[in-house]
Each structure stands twice: as C-alpha cells, then as structure tokens.
Design a protein around this ligand. Structure first.
Ligand code: PMP
Length: 451
C-alpha cells in the first residue's frame, strides 16, 4: 500500500483529506479515509504558521526564522531544571534543551521525541504498514482518543464498543447520541462471535430502515481492559481484525495499560496485525512514567493522524514542550534496556498488588461474589451474587463505611440499567488497606442482602 499526496500543504489549499489518495500496490482493497471524517472536521485546513514552525524545527542550523510569533526564550525567567531519577540518573535542562522545553514546538511533537517514539513503536510492534503510518504526541491517550472520535463520529451515528466500556470513552461518545453497538467481553476480552452477530444483525436491520449511517469506528481497550482487567487474546484479535476489514471499520486501539500486564510476553497489538491501515493506536506514559506529565502518542494512518494534527493546531497547538523534553531526556538517559527493566519492575509491583487483592477477595468474598483474575491493568471487576444493582450500596452505604468503589453502572453502555458489578482498584492502597477494604465490602454485601 502507498499513499500519494496530491497537494502539498503549503502550495495549494487542500481540503482536508482530499490531499491524500490511497492506492493499493497489490490492486486489492484501498482505504477511503474520507469516510472516517465527519463534515465538521473535513473543513479543517492547515495553519500556515504551524506548518512553518515544523519546517523551522527541521531546518539546518543557520536558518533565519523571521516567520513565527515566538517569544524570545531569553526573556523567560527559568535558568535550569534538574531532574533526578530514583535510580540516581540525573539530567539537567539547560541551554538548547531548556530553550526547547520552554518554547513552542511543532504540533506533531518535539522532533527528537517523535523520532525516538517512532523507533520505539517499530521495535515494540513491528507494524506491517509502517510506511503508511504517522505519529503525533498528545496530552495522554484520552486527548488523542477524544480528538479522533470528535473528528470522525457524526450525531446519532452508530459506533461499535466493547461492553463494559471505559467511562472516559462513554463520556466522549455520549453527546453524539450515538446508537451504541455493545459487544460483550469475557475473561479473554471482546468476543468475536458476539461482534460478528451484532454486525450481521445491524446490517440486516439497516437494509430495512432509513439510515443514520453504518458504524465506521470500533473502540477496543485490549490490554487490562478498564474495568474488567482482561487481555484480548491474539486469536481473538485476528478474528476481530478480519471482521473490521469485512465491515470497513477503523479500530481505535486504546492501550494505556499495554506495559502493565502480568503475562510473560507483551501482547501482540492490533497495530502489529494492521496490514490494511485501519488501526489508530493510543499509547500513554501515564501508567508507566507519570500520569501528571500528560504525554501519550497516537500512531495511525497518515491521513487520519494529519487530521488530528489539524485539530491540535487550533486547540492545544502541541503537547507541553517541557514534559516532552523531560520524557525525551529520560528515554535518552535510560536506553531500551533500562526502560524494559522499569516496565518489568512495575509489572512485578502491580502483580503483587493484584495478588494481595485476590487473596483478600478469596478470604472475605467467597460465596458473596465472583471475579476473574485480571491479566493486566489496575482493576478487579467483582460480580456481587444475588444483588440486582450495586449503586446505592457503593455510593451511599459504602461512603458511610469509609470504603469507596466504583459501581458497575459507570461502565455500562446503558447506565440506566441495574448492574451487579463493582470495580475495585489495587494499585494505590496498602496491603492492610486492601484487606480491610475487602472486609468492609463483604459487610456491605451482607447488609445489602438483608435490606
Ligand atoms: N483509556 C483508558 C482505558 C483508561 O483507563 C485511561 C485512564 N483512566 C485513559 C484512556 C486515559 O489515560 P491518559 O492518562 O493516557 O489520558
């Protein structure tokens, strides 16, 4: 597969994706990315000044930049920033790297970090379609996901989502009043059979009624799904990918817990399987380096990432330069082996926390509730036996008992329906707090049954 670019961004005024035409070298299916843009975002045009900032960032030394409205970094009061890591590694931002950290950067991201993350992505996922991908650095994965859905979805348009679903995704989708096509999950993640059936049924109905469109987006949180903790198996991923090709769906692979798994090997991602260019992948440093640093990155088909960039050109302009430079310098200081070692150490840490919660659940909740063992992520998804809905138990009586969980309804595609699940997080509480928390939950469940 190759892309040809019909118009350069600066020579003529392109209208959104019309500047890209996808051609299939094999003569097989070609993706029409215009389909994944709603009319609102299709009207976006590139900012000339932002494009010039990018050109300047990639220019040889000595290029004189009279184009932009950059403040002179010499007027900023910061002299130096020193960063010390817990392993003793230190680096300081001064001179050019401090200037980069304090100054505007290209919308796509701080160029040395973009370069590093591209290498990282190739090494981690070896995507078969790499030449047709681009990357953009966002303020966490939520930012990239939100902007993607907002550039693509139309009001009342259907969207395929895993069920239960991450609340942050529901919140993005809700104002669109979309018809959700919920696909059930079990301990191995989204069920391909359920997906096949749902799509077949949808298209059967679709023929009969006037259309609000067909689904074009499919949201999946494959590793350590929030809230279930499941990891979507490779076999299922392959089946789901095949269905996405059949029904021309773009897969939104929201994977912030990718490195927070409790398996021997990193999972094989949808990105690794993406021969057709129909995966937008959302990675994040939130769970592995810092959540407050707000750095994530989106990898996906060039035309779609370009449209995200146009969105960012008029919203955030770019992700914080300071945090991007800090992440870049950290990756530079550590190198791949240290980074891998860090991932291993947090996997061990969270696995032991998970096991503490599993032990406490077994001790106090046996007979009262059921759960599956989370294979990744931060949560235990608990089904309370013989209770219709957990909302009041958690929100009212739980708070009085000084223990807080999230009622399962928060993760339902239809939150008006009762739900007998709760989500418990094992990441922050101490072993003693986990033990006491589970004991209090057991009391709450018993009381609920007596009510
Ligand atoms: N997706 C999922 C499934 C999440 O659980 C979260 C964090 N709660 C996010 C996205 C957002 O993460 P970030 O901090 O990278 O924006």
């Amino acid at each position: 597969m190759i892309y040809t670019i019909r118009n350069s961004f600066l020579k003529s005024r392109p209208t959104g994706l019309m500047s890209y035409v996808r051609k299939s070298t094999s003569g097989s299916s070609a993706m029409d990315y215009n389909r994944f843009l709603n009319p609102f975002s299709a009207k976006r045009e590139p900012s000339l000044i932002r494009e010039l900032t990018k050109i300047y960032a990639n220019s040889p030394p000595g290029t004189i930049f009279l184009a932009g409205g950059l403040p002179n970094a010499g007027t900023f009061p910061f002299a130096e920033t020193n960063v010390k890591l817990k392993d003793g590694t230190t680096f300081s931002l001064s001179g050019r790297s401090l200037e980069a950290a304090l100054q505007y950067q290209p919308t796509q991201g701080y160029p040395p970090l973009v370069k590093k993350l591209k290498e990282f992505q190739i090494k981690t996922h070896n995507p078969p379609n790499w030449d047709n991908y681009e990357m953009i650095i966002t303020a966490g994965s939520q930012d990239g996901l939100c902007k993607t859905i907002e550039m693509s979805l139309e009001e009342e348009e259907p969207i395929v989502v895993q069920d239960p679903i991450y609340t942050g995704t529901m919140a993005i989708v809700k104002p669109f009043r979309s018809r959700l096509i919920p696909i059930e999950q079990d301990k191995d993640g989204m069920c391909p059979d359920a997906l096949r059936k749902a799509l077949q049924n949808f298209f059967k109905d679709q023929d009969k009624r006037s259309s609000k469109g067909v689904p074009k987006l499919m949201y999946i949180n494959p590793t350590g799904a929030n809230p279930t903790g499941s990891v979507l198996t490779l076999e299922r991923k392959k089946e789901i990918y095949k269905l996405a090709c059949e029904y021309d769906l773009l897969i939104l692979e929201d994977d912030p817990y990718y490195f927070l798994h409790f398996q021997k090997e990193n999972p094989v991602s949808f990105l690794s399987l993406d021969t057709e260019g129909r995966v937008m992948r959302y990675d994040s440093f939130s769970k592995v380096l810092s959540s407050g640093i707000r750095v994530g990155f989106v990898t996906g088909p060039k035309p779609l990432v370009k449209m995200l960039e146009l969105h960012m050109q008029v919203s955030t302009l770019h992700t914080s330069s300071l945090t991007q430079v800090i992440i870049h310098n950290l990756l530079e200081s550590w190198g791949p082996e240290d980074l891998h070692g860090h991932f291993k150490s947090i996997q061990t840490f969270y696995k032991s926390k998970r096991d503490i919660m599993l032990d406490a659940a077994k001790k106090y909740l046996t007979g009262l509730a059921e759960w599956t063992v989370p294979e990744a992520g931060m949560f235990l998804w608990i089904k309370v036996n013989d209770v219709v809905d957990t909302y009041d138990m958690v929100m009212e009586r739980g708070a009085k008992k000084n223990v807080l969980f999230v009622p399962g309804r928060a993760f339902m595609t239809d939150p008006s329906q009762p739900c007998q699940y709760i989500r418990a997080s094992y990441t922050v509480p101490t072993p003693e707090e986990i033990d006491t928390g589970m004991a209090r939950l057991a009391d709450l469940i018993r009381e609920e049954k007596d009510l």
